[in-house]
Design a protein around this ligand. Structure first.
Ligand code: SAH
Length: 251
């Protein structure tokens, strides 16, 4: 019997229109789809009616399947002769553990193909019209993970500030520690930021404020995951664009 292939596929930020053509084709023909909680229902609805959908949703407080068991599940399915689509929110190789799954699959002798997806940072930037780089405002963009584990050990010095954009994934719960850490590193309390919740989904919210007000903003607006925190001058430009547009629209 022939061994199946494991496809690590990026599902993008949620809107099915933001899938790559390759991802859409693989989802539509898959017999087995192993997916995360971040993959939207609209995307899962593209699967064949007889496809087997296996959720391995991971939440901060609740792990339905530990990572090594996910890896083992993928290898088992492939060795049973099935092609497996491992569907992940955003891009599989950005905070998606795609690297670990690919390593385990290769070690088990199973072929892996990786299909890139639009990462939350790109999806949020486009949907909220925030340029991650801009000739007048930013020539560096960094992606960091803001979850609790190891946060204080991470060295973010120089990643945020004038002429730079910092995008923080998984930072909602730790927003107070993040604001404190960045200001301790010398970032101005009035550095502008945007929180983009549910980027590229119908319920998207874009909230803005200065760095020092981040913890209050997250509490007051009851920001929920998935959300990104984008820090830098680029986040302060869109208000101007909207104001300009509003004036034009009224003429
Ligand atoms: N591989 C994914 C990231 C997974 S980590 C990617 O490339 O996008 C999970 C984090 O991604 C969430 O905590 C959140 O910070 C971010 N995220 C994912 N989808 C998002 C969305 N639609 N809107 C805002 N943030 C999102």
């Amino acid at each position: 019997m022939e061994i199946g292939t494991i496809y690590l596929v990026g599902a993008g930020p949620g809107d099915p229109d933001l899938l790559t053509v390759r991802a859409a084709r693989l989802i539509e023909r898959a017999e087995v789809i192993v997916h995360d909680g971040l993959v939207s229902r609209d995307i899962l609805a593209m699967a064949r009616p007889d496809a087997q959908l296996i959720s391995v949703a991971k939440q901060r407080s609740k792990h339905t399947l530990p990572q090594d068991q996910i890896n083992a599940l993928l290898v088992r399915e492939a060795k049973a002769g099935r092609d497996v689509v491992r569907l992940k929110g955003g891009d599989p190789l950005i905070f998606g553990r795609g690297g670990e799954e690919a390593e385990d699959a290769r070690a088990a002798g199973v072929a892996v193909e990786i299909v890139p997806g639009i990462s939350a940072a790109n999806g949020a930037a486009a949907a909220a019209q925030i340029a991650l780089t801009h000739r007048d405002a930013s020539s560096v963009v960094s992606f960091v993970a803001g979850q609790c584990k190891g946060l204080s050990d991470q060295d973010w010095t120089g990643l945020a500030g004038k002429g730079r954009t910092l995008v923080i994934y998984m930072g909602v719960k730790t927003a107070p520690q993040i604001a404190e850490k960045l200001m301790a590193d010398g970032l101005a309390p009035d550095m502008p930021l945007a929180v983009v919740e549910n980027a590229a989904r119908p319920e998207m919210r874009v909230l803005r404020g200065p760095l020092a007000a981040l913890p209050d903003l997250v509490t007051r607006e009851a920001v929920k995951s998935p959300a990104l925190i984008v820090i830098g001058e680029v986040t302060a430009r869109e208000d101007a664009a909207i104001a300009h547009f509003a004036v034009e629209a009224h003429q």
